[in-house]
Design a binder for this molecule. Structure first.
Ligand code: NAD
Length: 385
């Protein structure tokens, strides 16, 4: 194994209940005078947004709200966001919401000043160097799910409506300058979103921990992130007002996204085409594939999972950890098959082939500890059915 690697660490995170009250001061220190507040239409109707806008109003901040953001955002959302950003002469973005609003807010701040099409900045090799870095506007990220960890990430996920593929757009300067991680903002999440987003954080930590390569910092963060999810997701699910559990889940979400710079794997490689083709919830889709991918990778990861199980106080090594995941899925009412996740699903051979082909070229496939061949992707898909 090579001891040569590249490590990046996240940004300033103001963590704790009530810290959203510091938003005006954070904007001022980032030099943002006219922010565009990017959120999604569901959140825009909830008190969590009204209360945050009241904080901005009280401080006299001049802002506009943009909420044309679908779950699994698409290029037309980005185009509309850029139009709002430019026409309002904004100088920064408050990205407020779950992964969809956070990603779209980051992408608006990134793309508004670029002259090339967004797909030229896909996370491939050094394509990010094509961007004009000086034209990227600053972002303050305020997550309301826990979650994708997009608030501490340098990428945004956008679905290409023409090719029906989810693309990761990357630039180091897409990293928000400051994050306000206030667990009180996640209290209103419905149970299904609490479960799905929490399982997303778990999938990030688990795939990062299992990815090959030398990154002991990421490994350590992922280990503790997994422990936090296993101990706190059932609590947050059972009682959404349990602030301590919500806070630990918010940490675990940021830890997952910090750790996955080491790599992701086949859970995500399969989840991305399913999400792009059927518009399923990303975290729930990850949760569905998790045990099958664990089994597939077992010959290579068994020893690592034994150490993980021991750290988390789970007896029975690999099998004990796998059972814990299965029990967690049941406790959180995670759909156990693709047909449960996508009611009325009918999948012919051509569709299966397409999903397997999309999975093996997904950028996350390279991080799987066992090579994800087309045959393997088809077998995993079959198990999930
Ligand atoms: P989401 O942002 O799509 O939100 C799901 C639903 O939850 C929405 O209807 C929203 O209105 C609602 N919601 C959010 N917060 C709420 C709250 N506090 N109270 C009540 N309702 C609330 O879901 P998500 O799982 O956070 O994000 C998924 C997106 O993130 C996908 O597009 C996925 O591809 C992307 N993603 C990005 C990264 C990254 O690193 N950038 C990582 C993983 C996933």
């Amino acid at each position: 194994m090579t001891l040569t690697s590249k490590w990046n660490f996240p940004t300033t995170v103001l963590f704790g209940p009530g810290r959203v009250g510091e938003l005006p001061a954070v904007l001022a220190s980032a030099g943002i005078a006219r922010p565009l507040f990017v959120t999604d239409p569901g959140l825009a109707k909830l008190p969590v947004v009204a209360d945050t806008l009241a904080i901005l109003d009280k401080a006299g901040v001049e802002y506009a709200v943009f909420s044309d953001v679908r779950p699994n955002p698409v290029e037309s959302n980005l185009a509309a966001g850029i139009q709002a950003f430019k026409s309002g002469n904004h100088d920064g973005v408050i990205a407020f919401g779950g992964g969809s609003a956070l990603d779209l807010g980051k992408l608006v701040a990134f793309q508004a000043g670029q002259s090339r099409p967004i797909w030229d900045f896909e996370d491939v090799g050094d394509w990010w160097t094509r961007a004009d870095s000086a034209a990227i506007a600053p972002v303050i990220a305020v997550p309301t799910t826990a979650g994708t960890g997009s608030e501490v990430g340098r990428a945004g996920v956008l679905t290409n409506e023409v090719t029906h593929t989810k693309k990761v757009i990357f630039h180091p300067k897409m990293l928000p300058v400051t994050v306000i991680a206030d667990p009180e903002l996640t209290v209103g999440m419905p149970k299904m979103i609490t479960a799905g987003t929490g399982m997303d954080a778990l999938a990030h930590c688990l795939e990062a921990y299992c990815a090959p390569g030398y990154h002991p910092m990421a490994d350590g963060i992922a280990l503790e992130g997994i422990r936090l999810v296993l101990e706190n997701l059932p609590r947050a699910y059972a009682d959404g007002t349990d602030i301590e559990a919500r806070a630990h889940m918010m940490s675990a979400a940021a830890m997952g996204a910090t750790a996955f710079q080491k790599g992701l794997g086949a859970i995500h490689s399969l989840s991305h085409p399913i999400g792009a083709l059927y518009d399923t919830h990303h975290g729930m889709t990850n949760a569905l594939f998790m045990p099958y991918v664990l089994d597939f990778n077992r010959p290579v990861i068994e020893e690592r999972i034994e150490r993980l199980a021991a750290y988390c106080g789970i007896s029975g090594g690999f099998d004990g950890f796998r059972s814990k995941i299965m029990d967690l899925r049941t406790e959180l009412s995670v759909p156990s098959t693709l047909r449960d996740l996508i009611p009325g699903l009918r999948m012919d051979d051509a569709r299966r082939d397409l999903i397997a082909e999309m999975a093996i070229v997904d950028p996350t496939a390279g991080g799987n500890p066992v090579e994800l061949t087309k045959e393997a992707a088809l077998a995993l898909l079959e198990k999930s059915m």
